[in-house]
Design a protein around this ligand. Sequence first.
Ligand code: CO8
Length: 379
Amino acid sequence: MTQSKDARRVVISGTGLYTPQQTISNAELVKSFNAYVDNFNAENRAAIEAGTLEALSHSSEEFIVKASGIESRYVIDKTGILDPARLCPRIPERADEEPSIQCEIAVAAAREALVQARKTVDEVDAVIVACSNLQRAYPAMAIEVQNALGIKGFGFDMNVACSSATFGLQCARDALLSGSARCVLVLNPEICSGHLAWQDRDCHFIFGDVCTALVVERAETCKNPDAWEIIGTRLQTQFSNNIRNNFGFLNRCDESGIGARDKLFCQNGRKVFKEVVPMVAELIASHLSDESIEVSGLRRMWLHQANLGMNQLISKKVLGRDAEPAEAPVILNEYANTSSAGSIIAFHKHRQDLQSGEVGVICSFGAGYSAGSVIVKRL
Ligand code: CO8
């Protein structure tokens, strides 16, 4: 039996976004961080004066905006983060019988995406939870989400840090093309606040919490006229220690490392900036070329949202000129870096003005290094 043309075409038929209710402005963040620094320096005055301990330095709103473009972030809990004596969110553990917090935000985003795609849960048969930080080792978050939504079929988790969503999209597309699934939910519940060292001036401003959702299916089953065909996906990885988190199940096997700084997000931001920009620009350019798409025909780049300067440089390298603001929409000013969800938030919020037949690229990049390019066309 020959497959119909639509059976070989895969579309994104719905997107969803869960945004936590609480926000932290740079002003609030810097105020509590600086109070922590003052307390630390006062408590350790003798050691600092003796030269055995280095004094901590204040953070600054001006630096944060200038270095990153970030102005605020959404978080699950701001009171714990802004308490100078704690600098960590308060997210109480829940009983095993209750839905976990990561499942809860994934379900909220998934429901919006399903409504947009005009899909019932009976029509979905696979759930991929793709994100940087999974709440527990097992059972898989995706299976809990699958159960909460009442979806039959299968679910699994995957983690490629900031590139989890694009890698998840390729997995979903492959499953649809091979016939192992009819409709796939790709979910990116990112609770970055739990893995951020809020005491570290170099990175305390970088991340926020959010969840995004994508419904991916074959064109032949799609009921939403506002659907986006996935023209092609391309993934790339290259090992680097410049973004690293050593948190893991073996930590307890060496007590000396428990609670050490390397068990939270660490990065050499300068090196990441320098090395990842050319890698990503080359990935997008070669992917477009191999799909015979002229750069002049590229209407939008929904880029990973880590750093404004980085995105401006990547889009300039791809286009050969500065991008107009609408060509590479920015959401990091409001959301900060939400890891894998960033490019999907941009896609969710900034795609309605494109016309049928117009083309854009969803592009992620981050720890690994990892980068993913997903070229989409509005049907
Ligand atoms: N306030 C004031 N001054 C500061 C501050 C601050 N908050 N922080 C640093 N400074 C100082 C530094 O100490 C330094 O001082 P000096 O010159 O005396 O040494 C000076 O300011 C300049 O510092 P930097 O060189 O670090 O500043 P940059 O201009 O490089 O900006 C950035 C820092 C913003 C981090 C920038 O390098 C950047 O954004 N790089 C790209 C990073 C990136 O894209 N990372 C992707 C990681 S995300 C990912 O893969 C997902 C991981 C999983 C998520 C986990 C969630 C927790």
